[in-house]
Design a protein around this ligand. Structure first.
Ligand code: G1P
Ligand code: MG
Length: 214
């Protein structure tokens, strides 16, 4: 029986996937190459340093560790600038209503994101109150597709993995949920998220009945 829901943050709860993309693209352009939205799918759900590795592979570039840390910091500073002006208007449509419904129906709610910026986003958007457990990039050592982030989420909710479902917009996140032995709802495009148990466009008009339909 499903007793809990674990939500990815960027691109599922808030519209921040676009800011990650803009900041990575800015870095790529500064390094002299193009970075498309299709390339960006590979970075979703992946840690900051691993994202940089993939980006540099696309640009056919390699740097020493010290330079890589500087590049990652540069991207993060731009990203933090973009999200510093964030407020409740950037919560994706239907998300607050869905979270409230889950609460009313006794489901537990966790955040499962590998971003180190998750907490400031939850604070700026006033969403922290909805979560019984918050797992972010500061609490895990392995990013998605490793299942660690979701297994920790279940553990902090005091639930078994099979009692949880995951909501994800990243290919790496869908794989992580599968490896955690959890059902997964893809949020986004059916073509990209084909390995999910079900795909929704977003949470507008989505009710808790979706859990029974899985
Ligand atoms: C990191 C990565 C980013 C990835 C995101 C997933 O965020 O930088 O590429 O899409 O996680 O949520 P950061 O810790 O830099 O905020
Ligand atoms: Mg995401």
């Amino acid at each position: 029986m499903i007793k809990g829901c674990i939500f990815d943050l960027d691109g599922v709860v808030v519209d921040t996937a676009k800011y990650h993309y803009l900041a990575w693209k800015r870095l790529a352009n500064e390094l002299g190459f193009e970075f498309t939205e299709k390339d960006n799918e590979r970075l979703k759900g992946v840690s900051r340093m691993k994202s940089l590795e993939i980006l540099l592979e696309i640009g056919n570039l390699s740097f020493d560790e010290e330079t890589k840390l500087k590049l990652a910091e540069k991207k993060n500073n731009w990203y933090v600038q973009y999200i510093s002006k964030m407020d409740e208007s950037e919560i994706l449509p239907g998300v607050k209503e869905f979270l409230s419904q889950l609460k009313e129906n006794g489901y537990k709610i966790a955040l499962g994101s590998v971003s180190k910026n998750a907490m400031i986003i939850l604070e700026n958007t006033n969403l922290k109150q909805y979560f019984d457990a918050i797992i972010d990039g500061n609490k895990v050592t392995k990013a998605k597709p490793d299942p660690e982030v979701f297994l920790k989420g279940a553990e902090e909710l005091n639930l078994k993995p099979e009692e949880c479902i995951v909501f994800e917009d990243a290919i790496a996140g869908i794989e992580a949920a599968r490896r955690a032995n959890m059902k997964v709802v893809g949020v986004g495009s059916k073509e990209i998220l084909k390995d999910a148990d079900m795909v929704i466009e977003g949470f507008k008009n989505v009710s808790v009945d979706i859990i029974k339909a899985l």
